[in-house]
Design a protein around this ligand. Sequence first.
Ligand code: HEC
Length: 112
Amino acid sequence: MDTKITLAIIAAVGIAALSFTATSSYAAGNGAELASKNGCMACHAIDKKVLGPAYKEVAKKYKGNADAVAMLSKKIKDGSTGVWGPIPMPANGPKVSDADIKILAEWVLATN
Ligand code: HEC
């Protein structure tokens, strides 16, 4: 009987610890997941240039820019051209929702 209760308590604490870890890494994990789910990683990588710039370079370029999330959200949604080279980025909205785009912009800016 006692052993069962002890085991139940250990299990409950374990589950609480697991869900805490999942919650605290939610934003970053979700950004990475959204980026692969929405095909961003076909043209981007975190630390090297593919067709588009490395996300780390993007994060570095806009570091300290208070408007960066709004500005990049608009670029991700409507497309971008002429910032990183001659290859344009096609629009990703409305296929990707505004809410997901904001998470993606924040995630990109946090890769640095
Ligand atoms: C077809 C290839 C392609 C896809 C798919 C793509 N990108 Fe891009 N991305 C580019 C290119 C090329 C650029 C550089 C555009 C430029 O020079 O203005 C770019 C630029 C960017 C920038 C920087 C914009 C700036 O103004 O500095 C961000 C942020 C970005 N992409 C995020 C994303 C996200 C998030 C997704 C997925 C929803 C995505 N990209 C999908 C090719 C792509």
